[in-house]
Design a protein around this ligand. Sequence first.
Ligand code: FPP
Length: 253
Amino acid sequence: MAQSESSTLTIPSSGKIPRHIAIIMDGNGRWARQRMLPRIAGHRRGSEAVRELVENAARLGIEYVTLFAFSSENWRRPPEEVSMLMQLFISNLENEISRLHQAGIRVRIIGDLSRLGQRLETLIADAHQLTRNNKRLTLTVAVNYGGRWDILQAVNALLRDHPEKMREPVTEADLSPYLSMGDACEPDLFIRTGGEQRISNFLLWQLAYTELYFTDALWPDFNRASLEAAIRSYQQRERRFGRTSEQCCAPES
Ligand code: FPP
């Protein structure tokens, strides 16, 4: 697996447009409640916002978009909502995958997929297979995902493959290929909609030096202008990666 540049071991190159955006899509339920609609109507409109986001991200030249669709803690929701969300993932995959493939999008689903049921597991495997060589943008959807789960599964997989590491110090370079996003660059920009300011057990390892952006917009309302506003905010940040401001501004020698 290709190794990604670590923000703690190197200074990753960063340009005006983030290479990788990670998003917590919050506020679907409130969007629905404001309209006296059932919560699932908010999730459906949220899916439409995902479609628009992917189109806009591809147009802007963003290479990776990673979405938190269902956390390992979301099983605590009422069973009817969980079941409807799973149905929505199934219908989204069934209905969108060929369009995404034609648009050159590589689709990846990350998380503990063992609890999702056979139907979803098969659709996910088919989507990975169909789109695996696409280069325009990688869309990663985290389902039954938790950042702590990810680190633990990586440690366990590393020790399974390299039992000698039980007695040696484990390095970042050893561990990172085993993380779910091991082949992607770390997110440059994290966006959370819906007014909350939390990471909620998303990409705990990978967000080490990510720029954080929080907006009150509810996810179904997140549109092209919202994405452009988030990117404008990102463009005003000074990414120091532990250096001083003077070091960052120094002309290249
Ligand atoms: C959080 O809003 C949203 C979710 C837990 C589900 C996100 C799912 C989608 C956008 C559907 C489709 C996804 C893809 C990738 C096609 P919330 O329910 O917590 O909202 P609230 O805080 O207003 O109650």
